[in-house]
Structure formats: structure tokens, C-alpha cells
Unconditional design. Structure first.
Length: 346
């Protein structure tokens, strides 16, 4: 059996280091092909196909990032190599390479099973059937790794939110990346908002965000701050990758200023979107009184760490202000899981 890990990047190498089986890497990057990474050959797809013609083969697609679809990549590969047995990385990560976990929201299925009663408590807090179906589907995906289990909806399909936002709402986009979610907000509200504050510490991302919103003719109502939202004020190391993966890292040499959620009180009704690479719980916990007092609308990423959804829902539940909770997954591969928390009265 010829075993291939398609993708000799962070995820592929992580799985490879936990795999007690012989394998080769398969990668599309010319500079990697023909080299040795972590003691394993790196082949192109065509090279793998030549060897696969002599042996039974199995190719695990070890790529997982926003916008990437396992199903599309499998179809693309099999269009050229019809006999390839292409499988998702989750089959290995939840089995032979379980020591590679946790990775994002994936964790050892045995650990997740012990938490199902806590997820049932969260399920009871969700306000509509689609939220409950989204949670059920996400847990099945996390347990079995079957991408067909994912239940995703478009980012703009959040009527429970758009029908509630006041026309004078101010939007704080924490972890704004290149302004894509800010543009979604503008379109969802039909431009009925007071102002937007983009919080994005990565200079390359912030520049692209500025260009995007300039094309929409909105810069007169937009402020861009190259800072990071965290659980405390100060400076912290930051990995500026110029991508969605840019994140705080205490060991990084490059430092960025960190601020609290309460430092972005723009006056009037507020809507915060938080997508800050696993720092969401700390940022919320540090400003519980501010959130409760100002009755802030919240859209919170809950997929960067295994317990994100449990921790974030618990923080919201314990606030002095009552909130309605909705859950949506906006990524076709299970990423971009968002918990929306709407104050019952403002």
C-alpha cells in the first residue's frame, strides 16, 4: 500500500509526525517536490500516480483552511487520476494519527464524547431549530470527520441579526482580515449604519481592507486601527502572515498594541464581530461588565480551539444582561462557526 499525504505544510507535517506508518508527501509546490521533509519524500501528483500504478494507493488530503473544500479538491484530483482513493485528513487525525490533535476544534473523539452533556446544555440555549441542527451536524463532523455532515449557510443569511440591528448601529470588526466581513456587513444592512471600525494588526491585511472599502466609497465612515483585541492592554508578539492565519503569539519578535473590547466604544448601539484566532474567550471575559452594560450585539468565532463554543456560550449565559443565542456555520468545510448573541432589550 502506497500512502500519500497531500499537502506538506503545517497540517500534513503535523499528521505525519503522529503517524506510525510509511508514507510519502505529495505537494503541488515545485520547490518542495523531490526534497525530503521530516524524513519523507515529497512527490508531485504525477510522480505519485506513477508509483500508484504499481501499488495500491491511498491519498489523504491534508489541507484545512478557510475557503478550502475537501470535496472540490477530491473532484479536481480524480478528474485527472480517476483511480485515486482520496480521503480527508480527518480519517487519519481521528484514528491512526490522533496524537496530532487538538487542531482547531478537532480533538480526540473520546475526549469529545465526555463533553456531550455540556453541549446538550448549550443546545438548550439556542433559539431556533437551524441553530440546533448546526450544532448537531458540527458535533457529528467532529466525531466522525465526514465532510458531508457539515451544515453551512451563507454569512449573509442571518435574518435574526439583520432584522434586529438598529439603523444607527456601529460595527467593530475585530480580526477584520482584508475587510471581507465588513463588506458583508455593509451589504446586509444596505448601508444603514453609523460607522465601522476595523481592528486588524496585520499591516498587509489592513491595507487590503482599506482598498476594499475605498472601492465601496465608505472611507468617510470607516476607521482602521492596527491593534489587536485581547484580554489586557499592552503589547504582545504577533505573527504577521498577511493572511487569515495572522495571530497573537507571545514568542513572536514583532509586537503590536493590544486593547480591550471596551476601548472601542463608539457610542450608540454596538455590534462586535470577533474572529481573533482563539483569543475570543479571554477578550469577552475581560469585558463582561462593559458588554452587559452596553448590551452589545455579538458575532463570535467559535472554532479556533476545541472548547471555544462551550467557553463562549458559558460567558454569555453568565452576563447580567439576557441574550438570545444563535449558531451558524458559514464555512462549507466546518470552519467559520459563529455564535451570535443578541441582547433581548436595548
Amino acid at each position: 500500500m502506497l500512502l500519500g499525504l497531500y499537502g506538506a505544510g503545517t497540517l500534513g507535517r503535523r499528521i505525519g509526525r503522529s503517524l506510525d506508518l510509511p508514507f510519502v508527501f505529495v505537494d503541488d509546490t515545485p520547490g518542495k517536490q523531490g526534497t525530503i521533509i521530516d524524513g519523507h519524500q515529497v512527490l508531485s501528483l504525477s510522480m505519485f500516480a506513477e508509483r500508484a500504478a504499481r501499488d495500491n494507493s491511498r491519498l489523504y488530503i491534508c489541507i484545512y483552511q478557510p475557503g478550502f473544500s475537501f470535496q472540490r479538491k477530491r473532484e479536481e484530483i480524480q478528474a485527472s487520476y480517476q483511480d485515486f482513493d482520496c480521503r480527508p485528513f480527518t480519517e487519519l487525525a481521528l484514528g491512526d494519527a490522533v496524537e496530532s490533535l487538538p487542531f482547531l476544534f478537532f480533538e480526540d473523539p473520546r475526549v469529545l464524547l465526555r463533553k456531550l452533556n455540556r453541549y446538550e446544555e448549550i443546545r438548550d440555549l439556542l433559539c431556533d431549530d437551524l441553530s440546533k441542527q448546526t450544532l448537531d451536524a458540527h458535533l457529528r463532523f467532529r466525531l466522525k470527520g465526514n465532510f458531508d455532515d457539515v451544515l453551512s449557510t451563507p454569512r449573509s443569511d442571518v435574518p435574526f441579526l439583520t432584522h434586529r440591528l438598529p439603523k444607527d448601529i456601529s460595527y467593530v470588526d475585530a480580526g477584520a482580515f482584508d475587510g471581507d466581513t465588513a463588506q458583508d456587513f455593509v451589504e446586509m444592512t444596505n448601508g444603514n449604519f453609523r460607522q465601522i471600525c476595523l481592528v486588524e494588526p496585520d499591516a498587509s491585511n489592513a491595507a487590503r481592507a482599506s482598498e476594499r472599502l475605498a472601492k465601496l466609497g465608505l472611507l468617510d465612515r470607516v476607521e482602521i486601527r492596527q491593534e489587536a483585541i485581547s484580554s489586557e492592554r499592552g503589547y504582545m508578539g504577533f505573527n504577521a502572515l498577511g493572511s487569515v492565519g495572522s495571530s497573537l503569539d507571545a514568542n513572536a519578535e514583532h509586537k503590536v498594541p493590544t486593547r480591550l473590547l471596551s476601548d472601542f466604544d463608539l457610542g450608540g448601539p454596538l455590534y462586535f464581530k470577533l474572529d481573533i484566532e482563539g483569543a475570543e474567550s479571554g477578550a469577552l471575559r475581560a469585558c463582561r461588565d462593559f458588554i452587559a452594560d452596553r448590551k452589545v450585539f455579538l458575532g463570535i468565532s467559535a472554532y479556533h480551539l476545541p472548547d471555544d463554543l462551550l467557553d463562549i456560550a458559558t460567558i454569555i449565559r453568565e452576563l447580567d444582561t439576557s441574550y438570545e443565542l444563535y449558531l451558524r456555520c458559514h464555512g462549507s468545510s466546518g470552519e467559520d462557526l459563529m455564535l451570535y448573541a443578541l441582547p433581548t432589550a436595548i
